[in-house]
Design a protein around this ligand. Structure first.
Ligand code: NAD
Length: 456
């Protein structure tokens, strides 16, 4: 493997040749990426099984299939997105025309996490390619089989001067961050996001930060109990809760606490059976460090159900803890595991107050049929994105930009938003040479009078 310096310089030179800019190059690269994923599907499923014990069903749905639909969508619309967009011109600029030209940034760096290690490395790459950039991907070292496969797949498919994968851990990531990339797209934790932004600031490199946070699922008194229980259980325990937009904690209206928790227990049994630890469809925890971090929460509040663990498999049952207080350790940071603490509320304003006291979450899920309650929550709580009467589904729509706000991140992607993220939007004014309105020049008679009249 050549050094990071050499690889980076080669990509810079390749980019300068302009090959990545043509529509054909972009479409061909997207097609090649799609074919490479198709060809490697069994190996992807196998790598995810080895790294995270992900089932084929979950792997296809959340790591592979979602990429096919994204590539298809981007290919379909790319020609239109790439066109310079004509915009209005004010009267003061008479004779000229105005355009916005999307142009690639140049060489992009994509740093990925371990929880959806395949999808979160390649979904941003779709945007980078579509916008005409070169890119280096740094997958997570905590999912080594998937990381190795991504490297192999990209190496086999693309000219490394155009797209490359650099494998490694923190040091590799930091060496990459020393280079003057034209764009950095980071997905990961809040503390590392801050480090990435600090490094990027040294070169004034623009960044997208896709981070995490404590995303609430709120169930109001009028919610459809059975359906909300099922949709929250699905969103929380898919990938064993190791999902950036998983419901982190449950906020139940006091009046429906008991019926909801009964329905929730039933929903978990329907999804994962009576023995989730032995269910092949249930994902395990990525490593011992995270397993130990999570099991330390099990004595918080009161165990309502679940709670069994298997250290050999690094698996934790879907678990619900009630009687939780805001100062319990489980409420300090994003949980990122299959343990769901439950808080209750009587009055909406009190609940809103508690949620807005902590950093803005990446997602929020509200279960209610009441339009006034929906409007109130949307107006009063800031969050990256979310759903009313569902969980996680907003993330899978190419029409909805996906990203955080405040501590949960900055910038967004998916669909057109991916193209926009990896493009600089260059404003261009085309002036006429047929005439020259004199009032801007300081030697014009009554110039100031005219300028005052126009600029008011
Ligand atoms: P992480 O921040 O530990 O690591 C992410 C990447 O950064 C890895 O490739 C890692 O090698 C690199 N890295 C780690 N420490 C570094 C350092 N000091 N300097 C430079 N690079 C460094 O995150 P993780 O544990 O892999 O992923 C879990 C986190 O990611 C959770 O907080 C989750 O919410 C978040 N996440 C967010 C999204 C999103 O789309 N918003 C998606 C998935 C995960």
């Amino acid at each position: 493997m050549e050094s990071i310096n050499t690889l980076f310089e080669k990509q810079k030179n390749y980019y300068k040749q302009g090959k990545t800019r043509s529509i054909q190059h972009r479409l061909d690269a997207l097609e090649k990426l799609n074919d490479a994923i198709k060809k490697n599907e069994p190996r992807i499923i196998e790598a995810l099984q080895k790294d995270l014990h992900k089932s084929e069903f979950e792997s296809f749905m959340t790591e592979v299939g979602i990429l096919y639909t994204e590539i298809e969508y981007v290919k379909k619309h790319l020609r239109k997105w790439m066109k310079p967009k004509r915009v209005k011109t004010p009267l003061t600029h008479i004779g000229s025309k105005s355009f916005i030209h999307p142009e690639p940034y140049g060489v992009a760096l994509i740093i990925a996490p371990w929880n959806y290690p395949f999808q979160l490395a390649l979904a941003p790459l779709i945007g980078a390619i579509a916008a005409g950039n070169c890119a280096i991907i740094k997958p997570s070292e905590l999912t080594p089989h998937t990381s190795e496969l991504i490297r192999h797949m990209v190496q086999e498919t693309f000219n490394p001067d155009f797209l490359s994968v650099v494998e490694g851990g923190v040091e590799t990531s930091q060496s990459l961050l020393e280079k003057t990339f034209d764009y950095i797209f980071f997905t990961g934790s809040v503390p590392v996001g801050k480090i990435v932004m600090e490094q990027a600031a040294k070169h004034l490199t623009p960044v997208t930060l896709e981070l995490g946070g404590k995303s609430p699922a709120i169930v109001h008194e009028d919610a459809d109990i059975k359906l909300s229980a099922k949709r929250i259980a699905w969103g929380k325990f898919i990938n064993a809760g190791q999902t950036c937009v998983a419901p982190d904690y449950l906020y139940l209206h006091e009046s429906i606490k008991e019926p909801f928790l009964k329905a929730f227990e039933q929903a978990i049994k329907e999804l994962y059976g009576k023995e989730p630890l032995n269910n092949t469809a249930y994902t395990h925890i990525v490593n011992e460090k995270h397993f130990n971090r999570l099991t330390a929460f099990l004595d918080n509040g009161k165990l309502r159900f679940g709670g069994k663990t298997d250290p050999n498999k690094k698996a934790i049952e879907p678990t619900v803890l009630t009687d939780i207080k805001w100062d319990d350790p489980i409420m300090a940071d994003e949980i990122f595991g299959p343990i769901l603490p439950v808080l209750t509320f009587d009055e909406l304003p009190d609940m809103i107050d508690e949620i807005t006291n902590i950093p803005k979450p990446l997602a929020l899920y509200l279960f209610t049929e009441n339009k006034a309650v929906q409007d109130k929550i949307l107006a009063e709580i800031s969050f990256g994105g979310g759903c009313i009467n569902d969980t996680i589904y907003h993330l899978a729509s190419p029409y909805l930009p996906f990203g955080g706000v405040g501590n949960s991140g900055m910038g967004s992607y998916h669909g057109k938003s991916s193209f926009d993220t990896f493009s600089h939007h260059k404003s261009v004014l085309k002036q006429t040479t047929r005439f020259d309105i004199p009032i801007r020049y300081p030697n014009t008679k009554n110039g100031l009078k005219w300028v005052r009249r126009l600029l008011k």
